[in-house]
Design a protein around this ligand. Sequence first.
Ligand SMILES: [Mg+2]
Length: 254
Amino acid sequence: MAPSAHSLPALRTKPRAIFFTDFDGTITLQDSNDWMTDNLGFGVELRRQGNKDVLHNGRPFRDSFQEMLDSVTKPFDKCIELLLQNVQLDPAFKEFAVWCRENNVPIVVLSGGMQPVIRALLVHLLGEEEASVMQIVSNDVKARPGKSINEENGWDIEYHDDSSFGHDKSLEIRPYAALSDRPVMFYAGDGVSDLSAAKETDLLFAKAGRDLITYCETENVPFTVFHDFSDIHKIVRDVVEGKTTVQQAATGAN
Ligand SMILES: [Mg+2]
């Protein structure tokens, strides 16, 4: 059966465009999982070694990510409290989010992070009103057997799906991409886990200086670079207003 607006929440308001986006390191300046690992878990050196094992030695991302989070034993509520004090928002994201809401461009957050962390940070950084309209598709948190999440060594990540990423972001986008008459689809990201999602959309924004750019160049995925959300805001607005096309906007690394 063909997907309908009923099964695809971002179509409910019949938008002309949908903005899919990564969360950590894209909407925020710091990656919340990296921050916890570096400051509360086994530290930056073991985390970097884990990244290398994934990139060069074929280790599944999910295994390395699990090991990172297993090293963080602080109660979950304490972790959230510390993240709220230390993770900052892209300086231009809030203005973009307000524009999106006023112009009927749904924002769908696709993340390998944990839902309560993302929700708490968005409410803290954007306010309840902007945060409440965003759909978040992500991993979650669960209690370890016989424990509650807010005690020492009490929580564990609960994965969204069985993929080697823990959350295959293309799964959410593909039903929209398959529609014959559909909105323009954007995606913004910064890392390796964003590539599968990026291939499904009309225009990819890749963060300057990050891994995703290298991957797009080797895989021939059309993209444009952004430094902060003011770059994204201009292009999305121009496309939605018909002043430019996604093809014209895909300028690569130039
Ligand atoms: Mg990221």
